[in-house]
Design a protein around this ligand. Structure first.
Ligand SMILES: C[S@@+](CC[C@H](N)C(=O)[O-])C[C@H]1O[C@@H](n2cnc3c(N)ncnc32)[C@H](O)[C@@H]1O
Length: 341
């Protein structure tokens, strides 16, 4: 944990950034893309969708009426932020994993500032330019907020940060659904819990199982011609072309998405529209795609109450309180670490 290289890229009294995406980040990007495209069932990690353009496209999707996830979470935070914050130790620092534009987080920040005055907020996001722009905006809107933006992958960002913060922490994460439920528990156990002390809390956004039609509508699974979703999904190919010298032709792929009700997850793929070959210069490798072949981009697992309880138990967390929106579409779950007996 302690050997993480911290480089400050901008300093001002209340708004600072640390960039943990060093030269190795580009090697990691190349290696992970190479591993995914060489796998028997091809995949590309969805985190690579998020450069500044990908983040902007996500924000546009988040505003769509049917994308209930963001609206439901916003409704919960609007109604319950004061109650959530009342459960925290004094002088708590808010750390957000995958903060994006941190639009909903403003509700929590309002409540924290109201309760304790001066507050430190540490958003962690892989999308560096987008993070910096949003942190500067936030800083202008919240003069009393002290902000430390961390440009990093979750793991390195949290590990790098945990060693530097001596105050109680609230760790906010709006998405654990991108890995299956067993992996989610190990992720919490291995990456999140080591960064938490008994005074700290984890606030986890978890999307709930519901009728397939609502989910398919939210993710626009049946609308093959949706240009915004197509641009969002294929942005990962542009990103690879630009950063790794790839020769993807994004128009030769189509977004393919459905809710797998048996497993309780949304599945999002890029489908190759023809037999084709793609060179990735930085890897010195050529990858072949058959017409109709799928490249997995993203899973989004949904939970019911038993799944949430099971997640807490397997991870070694205590579920202390939950909040839901009026339609019970989405949940915010407050956890503490189980004291060792
Ligand atoms: C679906 S968006 C959600 C943004 C925001 N939390 C919200 O709910 O509106 C996911 C965010 O997490 C970031 N992200 C995805 N994978 C990441 C990773 N492995 N490490 C750090 N940030 C990541 C993306 O850049 C993006 O800003």
């Amino acid at each position: 944990m302690t050997d993480v290289q911290i480089t400050e890229i901008k300093n001002s009294p209340s708004c600072r950034f640390i960039n943990l995406m060093d030269r190795n980040a580009s090697d990691t990007f190349a290696r992970e893309v190479g591993d995914g495209l060489a796998a028997p069932e091809k995949y590309i990690h969805s985190k690579y969708i998020y450069d500044a353009y990908g983040s902007e496209l996500f924000d546009q999707m988040a505003q769509e009426k049917n994308y209930y996830l963001v609206h439901a979470e916003m409704a919960i935070l609007t109604q319950f932020s004061a109650e959530i914050v009342s459960q925290l130790a004094d002088n708590t620092v808010l750390i957000e994993l995958g903060s994006g534009s941190a639009a909903k987080t403003r509700r929590l920040l309002d409540a924290l500032l109201h309760k304790q005055g001066a507050t430190l907020f540490c958003p962690i996001d892989i999308s560096g330019d987008f993070l910096q722009e949003n942190v500067r905006r936030l800083s202008a809107d919240y003069p009393d907020l002290n902000i430390l933006g961390i440009i990093a992958d979750f793991d390195s960002g949290l590990a790098g940060l945990a060693d530097h913060i001596r105050q109680p922490k609230l760790l906010l994460c709006s998405d654990i659904g991108y890995v299956d439920r067993v992996k989610a528990a190990s992720l919490l156990r291995e990456k999140i819990i080591p960064a938490l002390t008994p005074d700290d809390r984890l606030l986890l956004g978890i999307d709930l199982k519901k009728e397939a039609d609502l989910i398919n509508l939210a993710y626009r699974c049946t609308d093959k011609g949706d240009s915004l979703r197509h641009r969002f999904a294929t942005n990962v190919l542009h990103h690879i072309n630009r950063q790794l010298g790839g020769t993807f032709v994004p128009e030769n792929f189509q977004r393919h998405c459905f809710y797998n009700e048996d497993v309780g997850r949304v599945e999002i793929y890029l489908k190759s529209l023809r037999d084709q070959q793609v060179v990735i210069e930085d890897l010195g490798q050529t990858f072949s795609f058959k017409a109709g072949e799928l490249v997995r981009l993203h899973y989004s697992y949904k939970y019911d109450q038993d799944d949430i309880q099971q997640l807490a138990k397997s991870a070694g967390l205590q579920l202390t309180q939950q909040w839901f929106d009026d339609e019970r579409l989405y949940s915010l779950n407050l956890f503490s670490v189980l004291e060792a007996s």
